[in-house]
Ligand binder design. Structure first.
Ligand SMILES: [Zn+2]
Length: 66
């Protein structure tokens, strides 16, 4: 089963879960239990265009952890 990285929009907690694609909608934040989570794409901080090419590498991003 694949793993996906998510970030909670409520508390900003980043976490990785192992779920099937059909269950991604059911993912909730393990920190606050919020359902408002957004999926992160490993290795890609910003996707440009419709091809999904990487413009900015995820490493060294400007996000501040909580
Ligand atoms: Zn949260």
């Amino acid at each position: 089963m694949p793993t996906y990285d998510f970030r909670c929009a409520q508390c900003g907690h980043k976490f990785t879960v192992m779920v099937s694609i059909s269950d991604k909608d059911k993912v909730s934040c393990p920190g606050c239990g919020g359902k408002n989570v957004e999926q992160l794409f490993t290795g890609c901080a910003v996707r440009t265009g419709s091809g999904g090419s990487c413009d900015i590498p995820a490493t060294g991003g400007g996000f501040s952890g909580g």
